[in-house]
Design a protein around this ligand. Sequence first.
Ligand code: GLP
Length: 263
Amino acid sequence: MEIVILPTPADVGRYAARLVEARARARPALVWGLATGSSPTAIYAELAGAVARGLDLSGVRGFALDEYVGISDTHPESYARVIRSQVVEPLGLRPENVRVPDGRAADLEQAAQDYERAIADAGGIDLQILGIGSNGHIGFNEPTSSFASRTRLKTLAPQTRADNARFFDDPADVPTHCLTQGLGTILESREAVLVAQGEAKARAVAAMVEGPVSAMCPGSVLQFHPRAVVVLDEAAASALTLTDYYRHTFANKPVWQRVPDAD
Ligand code: GLP
């Protein structure tokens, strides 16, 4: 994993946005894996600025990581709606090119299989954006998720429901289930960029990067990913032990490996 430690949350958003921009310029039909939650919002806001200055993302195809089960796609917290308002509309993606797992399907197992098929038909995900939950989940792959898992129905951990209660009027309104890309699905992305900000993520980040590979910290599966970049602010990096090494590596990154206009 490449670990990038930057001073502020805004720097994290800016750096990851420049990386997405570079990949989309190199491949206008980029297949982009989209995360929701608070972690990636600065990336999308930064990219909206780039689009306003002329970046064209209209050829990009998108696949959301996950979706709640049982809330309508017009509910303000449904990920279908969040992806529409934070990504599709401000970044000028074509709505028909962006998919979110169908958490309202009568047959959820079929919906999960259809989603896997759609990703495969698109040629796989080129660049997967990720956040991490305070319990180490990525997507909604809660602790003890199989590393071989594919898109499927999951039960949300009580910790995750409590963490996400801030988005809902009443904590009891947080759905109990979701559809999520599996850890096996995420591992097949060609490049993964995980962003984390704030002290509340520090323990999960340290377990993911430096802890043993364990289903107790689903994010640790990224230790097997051939090209994973973890972009952190100082607070999210505060429980790591090899920070001097990560900073040294970043400062000495070969020019050809750098992200244009970011480092
Ligand atoms: C959410 C999402 C994840 C996200 C994680 C962290 O519930 N399903 O994709 O990365 O949990 O959320 P946040 O970025 O709001 O801290």
